[in-house]
Design a protein around this ligand. Structure first.
Ligand code: AQP
Length: 333
């Protein structure tokens, strides 16, 4: 049976990149009847970088609210918080004994986040991809819908799964497949078309958050960087114009039409006249999600109940898998 797992960190509000690169695909995957789905708020990952401990539990609820508001139905998918299922951390330690330092050092996310400070960052940031592997393998997940930036971490997960199988002479862990789907697997910053839209970027003007009001969305899109050339006749002519390409990608993904069609519709027009249309599309698509999120956050019981039930269901799957791993590794008979 197909088992789908994915998660997001409660480092801050979710943005359009998280939504178009991952969350929207998760919602689409709920249409598949022959699959089991687990969607997690990965709070243990969120503490690998400096964070505000007074805000963490609220941020976790906000991410869960965003999942539900975007269309994740706790009756169709198991929705839970990573730290509520201790199997993740337990399996992580076991996998850490098999993870090679050299491979972890090559992880681009670690290099980006550590910057020049590699000697001073915490072990948690370095070991982040091992915890991610544990998240996935604790459920023997077969499919992992993520944005393009997570591809390298997924490769490490696959590597750890086969190292475990080879070392212990078993065919235990499957090779989880990345599902990098949808029209916008990599949404870029509104201020720099060469860097990805990110929760942790300093300026809030670089991203559209799911919680942004229509006025904020409008302001951010109006101020988004573009160039002074008009929209070309074909998509190929947008190559080398990363900011323009990003806005076209966002429009297409939100409107549910191919990028080629967007270019055709607006060919010859300046970005000054394209932006109001993009604002309309963005506000129309995102406002219902934002409103639903706000409603859910007014009465947190509903989210908390769903997360509590989700953790019980998740652990019913991960606990026997962990027990089996412990047996294979010789801890128990
Ligand atoms: N810009 C993006 N375009 C497409 N997909 C994206 N994702 C993140 N940014 C983009 C996808 O969203 C999911 C959430 O991942 P995460 O919470 O683990 O965070 P991240 O990948 O490290 O990226 P963020 O949101 O920018 O967070 P920070 O700044 O805290 O690191 C993943 O599936 C990711 O691929």
């Amino acid at each position: 049976m197909k088992r789908i797992f994915s998660g997001m960190q409660p480092t801050s509000q979710l943005h359009l990149g998280n939504y178009l690169g991952a969350l929207k695909n998760w919602v689409d995957l709920q249409k598949e009847n022959d699959a089991e789905r687990l969607f997690c708020v990965v709070d243990l990952h969120a503490v690998t970088m400096p964070y505000d401990h007074k805000q963490l539990s609220q941020a976790t609820l906000e991410i869960a609210a965003a999942y539900i508001a975007a269309g994740i139905d706790p009756k169709k998918s198991i929705l839970f918080v990573q730290s509520h299922a201790p199997e993740h951390s337990q399996l992580m330690w076991l996998l850490a004994t098999m993870a090679q330092m050299g491979k972890l050092e090559r992880m681009t996310q670690f290099k980006d986040k550590a910057g020049k400070n590699t000697e001073r960052v915490g072990l948690g940031l370095f070991a982040y991809p091992v915890l991610m592997a544990a998240d996935i393998l604790a459920y023997k997940a077969t499919h992992v819908p993520v944005g393009e930036d997570q591809k390298q971490h997924l490769e490490l997960t696959r590597d750890l799964a086969s190292t475990f199988n080879t070392r212990y002479g078993v065919d235990f862990f499957p090779q989880p497949e990345p599902v990098i789907a949808g029209p916008a697997p990599r949404v870029m910053s509104l201020r720099d078309g060469t860097s990805k839209m990110s929760k942790s970027a300093d300026s809030d003007m670089t991203r559209i958050n799911l919680i942004d009001t229509p006025d904020m969305i409008s302001k951010k899109i109006k101020k988004a960087k573009t160039d002074s050339d008009p929209m070309p006749e074909t998509l190929e002519e947008l190559e080398g114009r990363p900011e323009a390409m990003n806005l076209v990608t966002i429009y297409a993904a939100l409107a549910g039409i191919p990028k080629e069609e967007v270019v055709r519709q607006y060919a010859g027009q300046m970005f000054g006249s394209f932006k109001p249309a993009l604002i309309d599309v963005a506000v129309n698509h995102l406002a219902p999600i934002t409103n639903r999120m706000n409603e859910l956050l007014e009465n947190k019981d509903q989210i908390e109940d769903a997360l509590r039930e989700g953790a019980v269901k998740a652990r019913k799957i991960s606990s026997p898998i962990l027990a089996e791993v412990q047996k294979i590794m010789g801890f128990t008979k």
